[in-house]
Design a protein. Structure first.
Length: 702
């Protein structure tokens, strides 16, 4: 019989499959009579076969594409069927492990995993699990353990509901498991590095809240991790640094930057400010999506402090260099004064003194009054220079103390002006203080203000023509007192107005009577005014005169009127002092013979007896021998025993005698030491007759 299948096209142009069968027909004698056959429409059957074939091809492609092994298991007989891939997964050809059974599976499975596998299968058989799936280890031909994803389900049950046939797949997941293990190790390593890092490390979400903090960061800020988790990062950032790094964080999120390093400050739990160097990057998930910011913070507080100290040291060096330049200028100024300006008056003093001595020897008295006047002027000039040099030197070396006290400014102005009556009188210059108010209480360093007034008045006299006038005025408001000293003298060129108060500018000029000047006095005035936080300036018109102003801040509290000092008596009052004060027994303790002679002449009119001592020991002995001494003029600097110690010794047995300390330095601290040792009062050398007589009147006026 012959069979064949073929396609035909029907009248309706439809393709149909035909199944054809035919066979030969023979007679009784065996002769072939012909062919007999039949045709039938098998289109539906062919279509069913094609569907099955397509499904089989798809299944084969899926199995090939997924590279999985397949298995079928007759649960009741233990018979199994594996495909070739099942064996390849564990490194074998299927024929190498044949014949196969369920025991083959058990043979290659890891014993520990097999226990769990049996438990899962039992649950599936009991319908507790809809399917069976388990990641298990199997022994490879090379001896390694590989990972297999074993999955399947029962697809046929017997009449009693027991599992009969089960099928499933094996998929090699070794590479995935290795990746997972590597990822886990990486995560563990990251966690260990994160937790154990000496640098502060934190995870911050995109709402800027702490998610995780390591120990170093907690120590850095002084908080526990529980106190930080969920809190906003900005709550612990110094307010001025909150925005530092924000722009860079946005660029990191956009992928424009991988990381960034910034420096910013944080606030410790105790309130202190700490510096951190922040290395900012991102943590991404397996799909490369950003999940957290990872700031790593190094504590750089000490480094920043060192940098600040370095900057400060650099600044200090620059200031020191500038100060050194200033000191050099001061040194040059100082030696210029010593070499020239101080030498000149002493030349005059020595020269005219020699002339006086020679003429007196020859009994030639012509011009001696003129010579004496020149000597006096030169002496005053030299003394003025020396006082300025001493005060300037103390100021530059930091040895001048600022001793503010309450006193009456008007009284001080008049007292200083009175000291210049003789000098001004020689040029017939009047010093007008008539327009001053009755009082102007102030809180300031009296010695410094005295120096300011002395220099301004001295300069005004120097640069005012014969017959001129000097006017001293004050003006005050709630904040400050302004003092002005005006003259109608030669004036100052505008180009030099700003130079006269500077040490590094060489500006000086001669007075109207060729008086010499150094400019040091105005420099002192500026320094002393600035120590009071005041201002000093000059207004001048060349040929018409100058006005110098200085201001002193006022203090709210002032002394009562009865506490301020009295003005030194006018000169004509001294004609009556010898009537009010007389018959004093006076001890002059001074190791300088010239000073002793000068003081003796000054006090002779008040004394009934003058005693002399060359040192402190002789002064103590003289007081023991003469308990009726009324007044001691005690020099502070003497050999053997100084004036301070001598005063202390005398006070042990004589509390009544009046002791007035005299010193060549005139420091405010000297006054304090003198009073502390037991002196009643204090006067500075060179001793001014007016001041000395005022002190005697103060303590002995009847």
């Amino acid at each position: 019989m012959e069979q064949t299948n073929f396609r035909i096209i029907t009248k309706n142009n439809e393709e149909r499959w035909i199944g054809h069968e035919c066979h030969s027909v023979y007679d009784n004698t065996g002769n072939n009579l012909g062919q007999r056959g039949s045709n039938r429409d098998i289109t539906e059957s062919k279509q069913a076969e094609e569907i099955i074939a397509t499904q089989n091809r798809r299944l084969a492609n899926i199995l090939k594409g997924t590279n999985v092994g397949t298995w079928e298991w007759n649960i009741q007989t233990g018979e199994v069927f594996f495909n070739e891939r099942w064996a390849e997964i564990i490194g074998y050809q299927l024929e190498e492990i044949s014949p196969v059974s369920i025991e083959t599976w058990k043979k290659f499975s890891h014993p520990d995993d097999l226990i769990v596998s049996d438990e899962l299968l039992e649950k599936h058989f009991n319908n507790e699990l809809s399917y069976y799936i388990w990641e298990t280890r199997m022994k490879h031909k090379n001896g390694d353990w590989i990972w297999v994803l074993d999955s399947g389900r029962v697809n046929q049950w017997d009449d009693e509901g027991k599992p009969l046939l089960m099928s499933g797949t094996h998929q090699d997941i070794t590479e995935r498991k290795q990746m997972e293990e590597a990822l886990k190790k990486s995560e563990d390593d990251f966690r260990n590095l994160f937790d154990q890092s000496p640098a502060g490390s934190v995870l911050v979400n995109f709402e800027r809240h702490f998610v995780k903090c390591n120990t170093a960061f907690c120590v850095f800020l002084g908080y526990t991790e529980d106190e930080l988790i969920g809190k906003d990062v900005t709550d612990f950032t110094y307010h001025k640094d909150i925005n530092i790094g924000m722009l860079e964080m946005k660029q990191i999120l956009k992928g424009k930057l991988k990381s960034v390093i910034v420096e910013k400050r944080y606030v410790h739990k105790d309130g202190s400010i700490l510096w951190g160097e922040v290395n900012m990057s991102l943590i991404r998930d397996a799909n490369n999506n950003p999940v957290y910011f990872l700031p790593i913070i190094q504590n750089i507080t000490k480094r920043k402090q060192a940098e600040e100290e370095l900057i400060a040291a650099k600044k200090l060096t620059e200031e020191s260099n500038k100060e050194l330049e200033n000191l050099n200028a001061q040194k040059n100024k100082f030696f210029s004064i010593i070499a020239h300006d101080l030498k000149s008056p002493f030349n005059s003093i020595l020269g005219f003194s020699n002339l006086l001595v020679e003429q007196i020897k020859e009994k030639n008295y012509d011009g001696i009054e003129k010579y004496a006047g020149i000597i006096e002027q030169s002496s005053n000039r030299a003394m003025d220079l020396l006082m300025n040099l001493m005060e300037w030197s103390r100021s530059q070396t930091g040895r001048m103390e600022f001793n503010a006290e309450h006193f009456e400014m008007i009284s001080l102005i008049k007292n200083v002006a009175l000291l210049f009556d003789d000098i001004a009188g020689q040029k017939k210059i009047s010093i007008n203080t008539n327009k001053l108010p009755s009082q102007a209480p102030i809180f300031a360093d009296k010695a410094m203000i005295n120096t300011i007034l002395r220099n301004l008045i001295s300069n005004a006299i120097k640069f005012t023509h014969t017959g001129g006038e000097i006017i001293i005025l004050t003006n005050e408001n709630q904040k400050e007192l302004t003092v002005s000293v005006s003259d109608n003298g030669v004036g100052i060129p505008k180009a030099y107005i700003k130079k006269i108060f500077r040490i590094d500018e060489d500006y000086s000029t001669s007075g109207t009577n060729k008086e010499k000047g150094t400019g040091l006095g105005l420099i002192l005035c500026k320094e002393f005014v600035e120590k009071h936080e005041g201002n000093i300036w000059a207004e001048s018109e060349e040929g018409k005169g100058s006005t110098f102003y200085f201001t002193l801040p006022k203090e709210a509290e002032t002394k009562e009127e009865n506490d301020v000092e009295k003005i030194i008596p006018e000169e004509d009052e001294y004609n009556h002092i010898n009537q009010e004060v007389s018959g004093l027994k006076i001890l002059i303790a001074d190791d300088d013979d010239t000073s002793q002679q000068l003081i003796s002449i000054m006090v002779e009119m008040f004394s009934k007896e003058l005693l002399h001592a060359q040192n402190g020991i002789e002064a103590v002995d003289a007081c023991h021998l003469n308990p009726d001494i009324d007044l001691i003029l005690m020099d502070m600097k003497m050999p053997a025993m100084g004036g301070l110690e001598s005063t202390r010794q005398i006070r042990k047995f004589n509390k009544e005698v009046i002791i007035i300390a005299q010193t060549a330095f005139g420091l405010p601290s000297d006054r304090g030491k003198a009073i502390e040792s037991g002196c009643n009062d204090y006067i500075s050398k060179p001793i001014n007759k007016t001041e000395l007589l005022a002190l005697i009147q103060k303590h002995f006026k009847k």
